[in-house]
Write a protein that binds this ligand. Structure first.
Ligand SMILES: CC(C)(COP(=O)(O)OP(=O)(O)OC[C@H]1O[C@@H](n2cnc3c(N)ncnc32)[C@H](O)[C@@H]1OP(=O)(O)O)[C@@H](O)C(=O)NCCC(=O)NCCS
Length: 152
């Protein structure tokens, strides 16, 4: 398995699998009605961000096939500069083999090279696989988003 930064050509060549990976990520946290247009738009955004050098898209490949994906970008919010992980996803049949872990380790190296002091992300409170992954990699909660449904 190879983990590396990807470019626009990789996105073009692997756009079908990237759509699935992005959709898996969204489905783990949200219920979107038109998930397919959402993922298509995200692929276009990704190409733009790569062109502007405003994203760190990292992918795992097995025999030249993309099997996992992490989309990181730099943020500079109230708590300082960080690498924010917007998406991380591994194709279902390749899960449980340490691929997400390798993608995050690669993102941590990218962050260090860019002098970013931390890596951060948002996770759905019920996404137990992702929560275990982040806990196993020593991510700690900083803030919590609380909500209360007003519908019966
Ligand atoms: C979450 C996800 C990325 C994990 O990918 P993965 O490649 O299977 O994870 P890894 O094999 O690297 O797991 C590393 C650690 O995470 C934890 N973990 C991963 N999947 C787990 C699961 N289903 N149940 C419990 N713990 C899990 C374990 O601690 C594991 O360490 P171990 O193998 O030593 O026990 C994958 O399940 C996925 O793509 N889910 C759908 C998309 C998603 O939810 N993305 C995150 C929110 S955007």
């Amino acid at each position: 398995m190879i983990v590396r930064l990807i470019d626009e050509k990789d996105v073009q060549k692997n756009s079908d699998v990237l759509k699935v990976l992005i959709e898996n990520c969204i489905n783990s946290t949200y219920e979107l009605e038109d998930i397919h247009s959402f993922s298509e738009n995200k692929i276009m955004d990704l190409k733009q961000h790569i062109g502007n050098h405003s994203a760190y898209p990292i992918a795992a490949f097995e025999r030249n096939r993309m099997i996992g994906f992490l989309w990181g970008y730099e943020t500079n919010g109230m708590s300082g500069r960080a690498l924010h992980i917007a998406y991380i996803s591994v194709l279902e049949r390749f899960r449980g083999q340490g691929i997400a872990k390798s993608l995050i380790q690669y993102a941590e190296k990218v962050a260090e090279n860019e002098d970013l002091a931390k890596v951060e992300l948002i996770v759905g409170a019920n996404n137990s696989a992702a929560l275990s992954l982040y806990k196993s990699m020593n991510f700690l909660p900083e803030r919590l988003i609380l909500s209360k449904s007003l519908q019966e």
